[in-house]
Design a protein around this ligand. Structure first.
Ligand SMILES: [Zn+2]
Ligand SMILES: [Zn+2]
Ligand SMILES: [Zn+2]
Length: 126
């Protein structure tokens, strides 16, 4: 797998998209300054940008904000790891369990069926 990536390094841009880091909104600093006093954004390592492997979709769990959606939402979204987008590796369909919302209604935690992406592999049963 690693080799494959090295080999394809030249055409990297084809598969990866550089996006503004959702968690810090491109500032490169941790807006909550929780993890370190120098407040470097943990998601993008201070670069303000993240690389998303394509094809990707907006993370429905955090609605692309990169922030875990809870009452004291000061941590990175566990589904997209703060990037705001998630990679989907195959053809997908709406998750039948959470109806594409990505979260379980009762707990507010990421849906156990789709892992919070809101979509499941197209061939998945149920
Ligand atoms: Zn960032
Ligand atoms: Zn997310
Ligand atoms: Zn789901």
């Amino acid at each position: 797998m690693y080799k494959r990536i090295e080999k394809r390094n030249r055409s990297k841009a084809e598969n990866n998209t550089e996006r503004i880091c959702a968690f810090c909104k491109g500032t490169g600093t941790d807006q909550f300054a929780l993890l370190s006093s120098i407040s470097i954004c943990q998601v993008c390592a201070g670069k303000g940008k993240v690389e998303i492997e394509e094809p990707s979709i907006i993370c429905v769990f955090c609605k692309g904000s990169g922030i875990y959606p809870s009452s004291n939402s000061r941590i990175t979204c566990t589904v997209c790891r703060g990037k705001g987008s998630v990679t989907v590796y195959e053809k997908t369909k709406e998750c039948p369990k959470c109806k594409g919302k990505g979260s379980a209604t009762e707990s507010g935690l990421p849906c156990t069926k789709c892992g919070g992406k809101g979509v499941v592999p197209f061939n998945a049963t149920h």
